[in-house]
Write a protein that binds this ligand. Structure first.
Ligand SMILES: Nc1ncnc2c1ncn2[C@@H]1O[C@H](COP(=O)(O)OP(=O)(O)OP(=O)(O)O)[C@@H](O)[C@H]1O
Length: 274
């Protein structure tokens, strides 16, 4: 049995990490949406532990409940049953310990890139001086390649540039966990690749935990330490977890040329097709 086959076999079982390793713990999570036709149980018995500094990608069929799960972690969607904790503390709503990047960055269109990033920074660091807050915002805008666009209005930026501001805004509040809901879904493949690289570079430097929903199997493999597969709803749960053992830093070329790449890909596609 190859190393990959052994890993695939092991990762099919549920993993339990020691509490000191765990950043995010989803415990018997349940979500019901009331509908005119009665209660719709989207998620049930969903258990997942995510380690500190881990990058986890989430895949599953459209409508299975990925966004529901992520928005519950963000504290934006009430939990019906079970609980979610960050560093052992149950979450009670949104908080600066969790940054969110959505598919559309929803910036204030009349504000500049800098002003948009400053909005979050001002809230999270109210005791810092204005110059310090501005330095934080500029640092992350520069990290996403927008050093020449600090004073451009959001409405004048391309979609890719707006998403760069969204990434800078999320990192600038220095969250413990970064939650990403298909952040590159609306971008062309070249911009998508560029932003994946930027995301990984900052994630690597900041050592935060990242949970990202994607529909793209190649993106899921390239970015992740583990790919989490959700079963189809109703009553969706975690169906399988695949460890991705490529060394970091990764380049697309080395990943694509690696023998294990196609085994990982086949595993994910087999899961999605059954
Ligand atoms: N507020 C709501 N009220 C009722 N049903 C809802 C609500 N929000 C989502 N749903 C339903 O819950 C299910 C899960 O939705 P969710 O958006 O979480 O899925 P998803 O896996 O993120 O989908 P996609 O991949 O298409 O974005 C879907 O059937 C959806 O129609």
């Amino acid at each position: 049995m190859s190393i990959v086959e052994e890993k695939l076999k092991n990762s099919a079982g549920s993993t339990v990490f020691s509490s000191s390793e765990v950043m995010l713990d989803l415990n018997n999570l349940k979500k019901i949406y009331p509908t005119p036709k009665g209660d719709y149980v989207v998620l049930e018995d969903l258990n997942l532990q995510i380690k500190k500094e881990e990058f986890v990608t989430i895949i599953g069929h459209s409508g299975c409940g990925k966004t529901t799960m992520l928005s519950m972690i963000a504290g934006l969607n009430p939990i019906t049953g079970g609980n979610i904790s960050v560093l052992g503390k149950p979450i009670k709503g949104p908080g600066p310990d969790r940054g969110v990047i959505f598919q559309a960055p929803s910036l204030m269109p009349w504000m500049t890139s800098l002003q948009n990033v400053m909005l979050g920074v001002n809230q999270v660091f109210p005791h810092a001086t204005k110059a310090q807050r501005s330095d934080i915002a500029k640092y992350y805008l520069q990290k996403v390649g927008l050093e020449d666009a600090f004073h451009k209005r959001a409405s004048d930026l391309s979609q890719g540039m707006q998403q760069r501001v969204g990434i800078a805004r999320a990192f600038a509040i220095k969250p413990k966990v970064l939650l990403l809901d298909e952040p590159f879904g609306m971008l062309d493949s070249l911009t998508r690749g560029e932003l994946q690289d930027i995301l990984i570079e900052i994630w690597n430097k900041e050592k935060i935990t990242a949970v990202m929903i994607t529909h793209d199997v190649d993106e899921a493999i390239f970015l992740a330490d583990r790919v989490v597969m959700m079963t189809s709803g109703p009553k969706a749960k975690i169906g399988d977890i695949l460890d991705i053992n490529f060394e970091r830093p990764r380049t697309r070329k080395t990943v694509l040329e690696h023998d294990d790449y196609y085994k990982y890909r086949k595993h994910l596609i087999d899961f999605l097709e059954h």
